[in-house]
Design a protein around this ligand. Structure first.
Ligand SMILES: [Zn+2]
Ligand SMILES: [Zn+2]
Length: 822
């Protein structure tokens, strides 16, 4: 790039007749040609038109095309313009693009090249990055959407190369219109022009559509009868304002929507969905509106706000502002966090616009607005999301007053993604801003998770997860593709969704897995399906212990190949000794793992039932403290309290569990919270909410680590049992978290000294607990240890398949290496 530094032509060059030659030499000195090769998420995200537009603006000639490995581009022109191009590439690439690698190679100048061309993809080359995730409407599309002069004014299916549905509308690859749910909507001449024009921002936007040629909205009665003669948007908004509940077809499935500021629809929704206390997600117009309700960080600390407004449009769990949760107790009963999302589809923005009385201009999109809508996934009782109209009428008709539907089919069922932003208390020496996934789905699937350290030509493997929060994972080379969240495999519909998810990933990636990993539990449907597929394909299986898989998922993301420690805190998973595990400290290598220790066990009176009834664990603690006679009085409102005391006394049907989840349940029950859980994790979430921001120091003499590295609770339970309820309960909840953090950090540090390992993989659903995670990350760092966290996959069971797949890859690659050596 230093052509400009070469000596300028001298007067001697200006001899008669040399003018043409001089001109050519000057041209050659000032012009350069460069070849760019980009890898990452660079296909299907509007990169080629972006290159063409930048090249035109900068006066560069050349071409761009997709190839098997990413995107290739050649540019020729003044050095300064080339520099400006690469600078824009780095600083403001297309919004949905992600550049993982950029190689630049100088090339010889071409003469006679005119303009910039978009070339067809390499014939026959399988595209490296097939399909982008769904993206919320971009600012340009929103400008048009609310511009009365625009031909897509108030058109719910507006999109462009930088935004719109992708994964959810695609039947098969390549990602071209005939393979999407827009196949049945031939383009009108105006849309066709935009689609074909390389300089248009809708060039090759597969779902491009307009009111003349695209899908349409309709409003239906609960029984599926169309409501004729109304503007569906205006009428839907009128009904929401009047307190009605609507089923609304979203990006990856139906939602139930109502006005969250009115009590009546909230109460009806809770009764209808039989979810007495499960928190409802909320839809808001913009970040400024969100700030009215939740803490979104202050100036210079806008990571959470940026994530909220990102194209993935996840639901973020954020702490409510003082007084907010108390004034709106029906939204997330007993919790201090609310789950918020901004419009993921133009339809959501349109509903808000209607509810606000169709304000003109764009100011309303930036300023705080009063609109607050419940938008909860409309899947009754853990069933997969409802995606089609007949199903919606059958399953949701009884829960809603009307359905806002449309005729663009959803081909990929995808829930909303949920993330929980957090920031370590020590100012973030480890991860300043961190937003682990509670659920990874819309907006993130099917983005691959890179596996550092795995060769690019590694054989593909499949993993089928476990039982709760099921996902499946398929790898291709050094990339892992995690399916969207499926749900718990207790229902036939979820089991069917798992089979479907495996097939869909295989169709997209076009690979044949050479090994299939599954959980150690023989009775899980995921295990049985893995075995059936393995038999069908004639490939071996690999059974993976649950907590080993949690550790492997985190290690894989970080590319850890050397042995590490792993602290796994979750509900339950089958151990390799045949007993249930759930609070584990492991030494993990690629070859296997060693159980260094586990949390002190608690009795589970009544077995599995205790997981749903935390008071039973509270009773077990009282029994262990020798206060069995207090059980009946302490849990007097629970039928069977006296009987449980007798069970405990005789040790009947009281299997021991080291589960961290049950530890939180027991603490919650002893502090008078949530004797019976109405949704998974409720007790732990309420315990964390109760602790709030109360400062706390660890209780003295609450834990001990013996010479063998065993962790025990000499005083933990006494503190909780004595705290009782009342005003001291909040302080006790905070004290419990602080004590647990210090005890776990000491325990890990002990084993770090013994093993000489200093990196600690943190896994399991408990790491969604902000207070536990923030405290533990800081406490481990203070002790000179390096925590490794789950960043791209959920730390809970939703990320398990990633770990299983990573271990299957290790086995396969290890076997290959061994075969080469012998
Ligand atoms: Zn757009
Ligand atoms: Zn059109």
């Amino acid at each position: 790039m230093n052509a400009l530094l070469q000596p300028e032509p001298t007067d001697a060059d200006l001899a008669p007749g040399a003018e043409a030659r001089l001109h050519q030499r000057l041209h050659q000195r000032l012009h350069q040609r460069v070849h760019l090769h980009l890898r990452g998420a660079v296909q299907g995200v509007g990169f080629r038109p972006w290159c063409a537009q930048q090249a035109l603006a900068l006066g560069l000639s050349g071409w761009v095309r997709n190839d098997a490995a990413g995107l290739q581009c050649e540019l020729q022109g003044p050095a300064a313009a080339l520099q400006a191009f690469t600078q824009r590439l780095r600083q403001s690439p297309p919004p949905l693009a992600r550049i993982d690698a950029l190689e630049q190679t100088p090339r010889a100048l071409l003469t006679g090249e005119a303009g910039f061309r978009i070339l067809a993809s390499d014939a026959g080359a399988a595209l490296a990055t097939g399909l982008p995730a769904d993206a919320a409407p971009c600012a340009d599309c929103l400008d048009e959407l609310f511009d009365p002069a625009d031909r897509r004014h108030r058109y719910a299916f507006i999109n462009c190369t930088h935004c719109g549905p992708r994964f959810t509308i695609t039947q098969r690859l390549p990602y071209d219109r005939p393979n999407t749910s827009l196949a049945g909507f031939p383009l009108c001449p105006a849309c066709e022009c935009e689609y074909r024009d390389p300089m248009d921002r809708r060039f090759h936007a597969q779902p491009v559509a307009c009111p003349a040629c695209g899908p349409q909205l309709a409003l239906w009665q609960p029984d599926g009868t169309p409501i004729a003669g109304v503007d569906p948007l205006a009428e839907a908004a009128r009904r929401l304002a009047a307190g009605q509940i609507l089923a609304v077809k979203g990006v990856g499935g139906y939602h139930l929507v109502c006005d969250a500021t009115q009590d009546a629809p909230l109460q009806r929704l809770r009764a209808a969905k039989q979810r007495a206390s499960k928190p409802f997600a909320l839809l808001l117009p913009n970040v400024a509106s969100a700030r009215q309700w939740v803490e979104l960080g202050t100036e210079g600390d806008d990571d959470a706000a940026r994530l909220l407004a990102s194209p993935a449009a996840p639901i973020l769990l954020l702490p409510t502002r003082p007084g907010v949760a108390e004034r709106h107790p029906l939204i997330a009963p007993g919790l201090s966090d609310w789950g918020l999302t901004l419009p993921a589809a133009p339809l959501h923005a349109l509903l808000i616009h209607e509810l606000l009385g169709r304000p003109a201009g764009s100011a309303w999109r930036e300023t705080a607005q009063p609109t607050l809508l419940v938008m909860t996934s409309a899947n009754p009782g853990g069933e997969p999301l409802v995606v089609d109209e007949a199903e919606a009428v059958a399953r949701l008709g009884g829960l809603c007053d009307a359905l806002l539907v449309h005729n663009r089919p959803i081909l990929g069922r995808v829930d909303d993604s949920v993330r929980r932003p957090m920031r370590a208390a020590d100012g973030g020496s480890v991860a300043p801003f961190f937003a682990p996934f509670v659920r990874r789905a819309r907006g993130y699937v099917p983005d691959p998770i890179e596996l550092p350290g795995v060769p690019a030509d590694a054989p593909p493997v499949l993993a089928t997860g476990a039982w709760m929060k099921a996902t499946v994972c398929l790898t291709r080379g050094n990339q892992a593709f995690l399916s969207p969240h499926i749900g718990d495999l207790g229902s036939a519909a979820c089991r069917h969704a798992l089979v479907e998810a495996v097939q869909r990933l295989r169709d997209f990636l076009g690979v044949r897995p050479q090994r299939i990993a599954h959980d150690l539990h023989p009775d899980f449907f995921s295990t049985q399906h893995a075995q059936a597929l393995a038999a069908e394909w004639g490939v071996p299986t690999l059974a993976v212990q649950h907590h080993h898989a949690h550790a492997a998922a985190v290690r894989a993301e970080h590319g850890a190949t050397a042995p590490t420690l792993a602290l796994l805190l979750d509900g339950v998973g089958l151990g390799d000794d045949g007993t249930p595990w759930g609070g584990e400290l492991l030494r993990v290598s690629n070859a296997g793992f060693e159980r260094l220790g586990h949390l002190p066990t608690l009795a589970l009176p009544g077995g599995d039932r205790a997981a749903a009834e935390p008071w039973r664990l509270g009773a077990a603690v009282l029994h262990a403290l020798g206060r069995g006679e207090a059980i009946a009085a302490r849990f007097a409102d629970q039928a069977g309290a006296g009987q449980i005391a007798r069970l405990l006394a005789r040790g009947l049907n009281c299997p021991p569990t080291p589960s961290a989840g049950r530890l939180f349940d027991a603490a919650a029950a002893l502090l008078g919270l949530c004797p019976v859980q109405r949704h998974e994790g409720e007790a732990a979430m309420r315990l964390e909410a109760l602790a709030g921001d109360h400062p706390a120091t660890p209780w003295p003499d609450a834990w001990r680590i013996d010479a063998d590295g065993r962790l025990t609770w000499p005083g933990l339970w006494t503190h909780l049992a004595d705290a009782m309820d009342g005003p001291t309960a909040a302080l006790a909840a905070a004290g419990f978290h602080a004590t647990l953090v210090a005890a776990l950090a000491d325990w890990v540090a002990h084993h770090a000294r013994v093993t000489g390992l200093h990196a600690v993989a943190l896994g399991g659903g408990c790491f969604i607990n902000r207070r536990l995670r923030n405290g533990l990350v800081a406490a481990l760092a203070e002790r000179g240890l390096t925590p490794l966290e789950a960043r791209q996959a959920p730390p809970g069971d939703g990320g398990l398949a990633l770990g299983q797949a990573a271990l299957a890859l290790d086995h396969l690659l290890g076997a290959h290496a061994a075969a080469r050596l012998s």
